[in-house]
Design a protein around this ligand. Structure first.
Ligand SMILES: Cc1ncc(COP(=O)(O)O)c(C=O)c1O
Length: 331
């Protein structure tokens, strides 16, 4: 990042198509396409903007956009900016998706959109089943892999790698603001045609400054680092399995899953906030979520496990969860 700032300065002072495209943007986009095993990629200043600028250029009134009901807010707003007919299917429910595909057969094109990993539950979307339905009903399959890029799969290539589905997802969106360095930036990776079309037509990229070059340089370094150190992904998986197992042994019931997002439902918002406040007093930073971020009655704390955690860190957190859970009568 520092080298990027020294070489290119603080920012582009321009949108991409005027004079805001630097070598580092092109290098990053090539690198992302390589990493995600697609033909091409385009970057945005955030994944919010990637999802916001994806649908409207590709689809219009004659088309159908089919979306999981728990998709991320940026997808919901991206859909609002697009004139396609809207179909919302029940969360990860393949019968409901099939109905939506069936009901949209009159549309010119159908695009199915899902989070790869749902951020509040940590669940992994059933990509093989979605792919099968998309093939059966001639639909474009699109995955927001923000919570999986750099996290899932043996080398951190996300949900497609997790399921052994390299190259089988038509369009991938993701963020550079989580596992790939935690700075800022978003991306769409797809076929060359889709990406060239977005370069020409995606308004959330066309009419705003590019990612600051130091962030682009940082994201490039993050991908290099991840490729050179797949053991980070292994450690993350081991840490997650350890934390989930010990948490369950204490008497908590985390939502089951394999991702480093470990939510524990406690019910009322006040209980979730009390638990997270007391954990913070013990030096453990686990945020509580209540309505409207999650439905009424399903307030939760959400632990996020990292490859940087040592066993000592995890044991200390588990010790605090044990003490505080008893104190509050949650255990
Ligand atoms: C699934 C998902 N998509 C998109 C975003 C937005 O990413 P960014 O922070 O890059 O705008 C997030 C961020 O929380 C997310 O969880």
């Amino acid at each position: 990042m520092r080298e990027g700032a020294d070489r290119y300065g603080a920012g582009t002072s321009s949108v991409r198509f005027i004079c805001g495209t630097f070598d580092v943007h092109r290098e990053l986009e090539d690198r992302i396409a390589d990493f995600l095993e697609t033909e091409a990629a385009i970057t945005f200043t955030s994944c919010w903007n990637a999802n916001g600028g994806l649908f409207a250029p590709l689809l219009d009134e004659q088309d159908a956009l089919i979306s999981d009901e728990l998709n991320h807010a940026s997808i919901i707003d991206g859909i609002r900016l697009c004139k396609a007919q809207r179909h919302i299917y029940k969360h990860m429910d393949m019968d409901s998706l099939r109905d939506a595909l069936e009901n949209s057969q009159a549309a010119r094109h159908r695009l199915v959109m899902t989070d790869g990993v749902f951020s509040m539950e940590g669940e992994i979307a059933p990509l093989p089943e979605i792919r099968e339905l998309c093939d059966q009903y001639d639909a474009i399959m699109t995955v927001d892999d923000s919570h999986a890029t750099g996290v899932l799969g043996d080398t951190g290539r996300g949900t497609p790698e997790h399921f052994g589905m390299h190259g089988e997802i038509d369009i991938i969106t993701s963020t550079l603001g989580k596992a790939l360095g935690g700075m800022a930036g978003g991306l769409v990776a797809s076929s060359r045609e889709v990406i060239e079309y977005l370069v020409q037509r995606s308004r959330t990229q066309l009419f705003t400054n590019a990612i600051p070059p130091h962030s682009a340089a940082g994201a490039l370094a993050a991908i290099d680092h991840l490729e050179a150190h797949p053991e980070l992904v292994t450690r993350l998986r081991e840490n997650t399995a350890y934390f989930r197992e010990k948490l369950t042994a204490l008497g908590y019931s985390p939502i089951e899953g394999d991702t480093p997002i470990v939510p524990v439902i406690v019910g009322e918002t006040a209980d979730a906030i009390a638990l997270s406040t007391k954990l913070l007093d013990e030096g453990v930073f686990v945020i509580g979520f209540g309505f409207p971020v999650v439905p009424h009655g399903s307030a939760r704390i959400r632990a996020q496990i990292s490859a940087a955690h040592t066993r000592e860190h995890l044991d200390r957190a588990l010790g605090a969860l044990d003490r505080v859970g008893r104190e509050l009568g949650i255990l």
